[in-house]
Design a protein around this ligand. Structure first.
Ligand code: ATP
Ligand code: MG
Length: 257
């Protein structure tokens, strides 16, 4: 391989969405959208209700198939048939519903569906509660998450704590991209701030984050770049440091960069 080819390969974005489309019946929900996400950056996806934000991320996380266009992961074309394919490729998604089981405690939720077991007498599998508890403790510590106790069912935790548990369970698989649909919706001011701290912490550990949010204060605080959608089209992508609130608001409402 020549030096130039090597250099080019090193500059592949983590994720590259090229000219994708999606229609629901006669409605074009996503119309020729292209977007790159680099490793370890936070990209906020904003736009009015019905702009196509959820539709776009559903195509990236394998929940919906695009009608046209391509998606590349580190330069390789991908065609996810299901969310599991995306997860296997290192793309994890937090949906608004969070996907926690209220009556289970923190380690049980973190390891939900991938429980650790050990074999007893070479015959049957027993849940390895102490290993799951210890790994959960380490995971939360690594990402600066504090919860009062690991043993209580998660319905006892606050909205922000539940949100951080939902995010931390995705980190077990060491993803390269985490997608969040409205991660701070319905949280109080302090709790929203804590979840934002976690998002920054993820970025600082090299994980890219694609975050849908209606809260421009949050967006301006944490995002490296802001992508604006209107009526299924990408209005533009701006570096947060170069953008003003007014300019982003006018991109959202008027659809002009
Ligand atoms: N399953 C579906 N069937 C038909 N139309 C749909 C479906 N899902 C979304 N739409 C339509 O596609 C368009 C984009 O919807 P989408 O949910 O992607 O918007 P959004 O930007 O996420 O909005 P919000 O901020 O309200 O969550 C909207 O006009 C919506 O009504
Ligand atoms: Mg949505």
């Amino acid at each position: 391989m020549s030096m130039t080819t090597e250099a080019l390969e090193l500059h592949q974005p983590l994720l590259s969405v090229r000219d994708i489309d999606k229609s629901y019946g006669g409605l074009r929900a996503i119309d020729g959208v292209s977007l790159d996400i680099e490793g370890g950056e936070i990209v906020a996806l904003v736009g009015d209700n019905g702009a196509g934000k959820s539709t776009l991320i559903k195509m990236i996380c394998g929940a919906l198939r695009p009608d046209g266009g391509e998606i590349f992961l580190r330069g390789k074309a991908i065609a996810f048939g299901s969310p599991k394919d995306a997860t296997d490729a290192g793309i994890e998604t937090v949906h608004q519903s969070l996907g926690l089981v209220d009556t289970l405690n923190v380690p049980e939720n973190v390891f939900l569906g991938r429980e650790k077991t050990f074999r007893v007498l070479g015959l049957f599998n027993q849940l390895d509660l102490s290993a799951m508890r210890e790994e959960t403790r380490k995971l939360l510590e690594r990402f600066g998450i504090s919860v009062p106790t690991l043993n209580e069912p998660v319905f006892r935790l606050s909205g922000g704590q539940r949100q951080t548990i939902a995010i931390s369970r995705l980190l077990l698989s060491e993803p390269s991209l985490i997608i969040m649909d409205e991660p701070m919706a319905a949280l109080g001011v302090d709790e929203g701030r804590r979840v934002m701290d976690l998002v920054v912490n993820l970025r600082d550990q090299g994980i890219a984050v694609l975050m849908i949010s209606h809260n421009l204060e949050h967006v301006f605080k944490v995002a490296d770049r802001i992508a604006v959608l209107k009526n299924g089209r990408l209005v533009g992508v701006v570096a947060t440091s170069d953008a003003s609130r007014e300019s982003v608001v006018s991109m959202i409402t008027l659809g002009t960069a």
